[in-house]
Design a protein around this ligand. Sequence first.
Ligand code: SF4
Length: 151
Amino acid sequence: MFNTLAPQILFQEVPDEVSLGFTVMGCQLRCKGCHSTDTWSEDGGSPLTAEIFRTYLKQYVDYISCVIFFGGEWQAEKLIEMLDISHDFKLKTCLYTGLNQVPEKIIKRLTFLKTGPWIRELGGLDQATTNQKFIEVSSNRILNHKFQETH
Ligand code: SF4
């Protein structure tokens, strides 16, 4: 099962893109101070099949430029299937992971990658002190400054 919460249109999680974001259930990382403990169980949300995902993308493709998955790297083959479908729709792709590294077979399907666990003392991408990185995969450039420009 590859369960997700209902998708949301997002404007800030990927700079300069309008994204459709899917939160994948079953994160095992248990970051202290996690804001999304309701996503730790694999059982919540509802199953995202290829067919359902395509239906969502057909519905939203005219309004978005990118698809974000919040987690899901723990089910790499399912995540890869969804990333490949996103490419069929000519959409950019992004993964938000709490890991510092993910397998190359996932990275090569991503336009953007956010890495690193949540550490409350260091803050998120909008803080200069953060341990997290937002990376443009093709150039390997770190784009954290785009989250910090208003601070
Ligand atoms: S990676 Fe994200 S969802 Fe998972 S425990 Fe850490 S903060 Fe929570």
